[in-house]
Design a protein around this ligand. Structure first.
Ligand code: SF4
Length: 223
């Protein structure tokens, strides 16, 4: 039996990978990473550190870059229709699974705070060991920190190691993208002009940027 872990570069997927490797041995575990091209670059350092720790490697899949896919589809994903996840992660992962010629089980790293998502993936036969063990995020983080691996830089600013920016994120999270990942924000701001659509309803990123500048000034004056 092969044990396939959806390895996302986040703490949850690393924690579940650790559990599955410790339970079944690294030779019967396959870590699969689908790259969207828009996670923090430190994600690769983190995944390499994790693999070095267990003397293993991960399978790398890339269908397309998030920005190129937005241009191709000529629209932005949204919190209501996050098609990016389906096109860049779920479908490439499914195509990869079709090449596997032996029995396998699948695992994802959802914790106790991700009840609704965990229930949905369980219905598809995917295992959720962290959720089943009622692991909260602080325990998930601890299970990686105790391996001596530096956690991904993204967690300094965000709860998850998603794409930066993530199209399921709120304006508050986009403020952090503007503040800490300015080039990425500007890339999406220009993409809005190119495809003639906006990420947020009724407001361009250029307009949002002006609000962010004011917010940032107020925050700095309050220090
Ligand atoms: S992390 Fe966010 S932006 Fe990236 S694929 Fe998933 S929903 Fe889309």
């Amino acid at each position: 039996m092969l044990h396939i872990v959806q390895f996302s570069g986040g703490l949850g997927s690393a924690a579940v990978a650790r559990k599955v490797i410790e339970e079944h041995g690294k030779d019967s575990v396959l870590l699969v990473y689908c790259d969207t091209g828009w996670q923090d670059e430190d994600t690769f350092r983190f995944m390499d550190d994790f693999c070095d720790c267990f003397n293993t490697r991960y399978e790398y899949i890339k269908h397309n870059d998030l920005a190129s896919e937005i241009l191709k589809q000529n629209c932005f994903p949204s919190v209501f229709i996050p098609w990016c996840n389906r096109v860049l992660k779920t479908e490439p992962h499914q195509r990869f699974l079709q090449t596997i010629r032996c029995p396998y089980k699948q695992y994802v790293g959802m914790d106790i705070t991700e009840h609704n998502r965990a229930i949905k993936v369980k219905e598809r036969g995917i295992e959720t060991p962290l959720y089943d063990r009622r692991m909260p995020p602080r325990e998930v983080r601890k299970s990686i920190e105790e391996l001596g691996i530096r956690i991904p830089r993204t967690y300094k600013y965000f709860k998850h190691n998603n794409c930066i920016p993530c199209f399921k994120a709120t304006e508050k999270e986009w403020f952090k993208v503007w503040k800490y990942y300015r080039i990425r924000f500007e890339h999406m701001r220009e993409l809005e002009k190119e495809i003639g659509a906006t990420v947020f309803k009724g407001k361009t990123l250029e307009e949002l940027e002006k609000e962010f500048m004011d917010m940032d000034l107020q925050q700095r004056m309050a220090l």
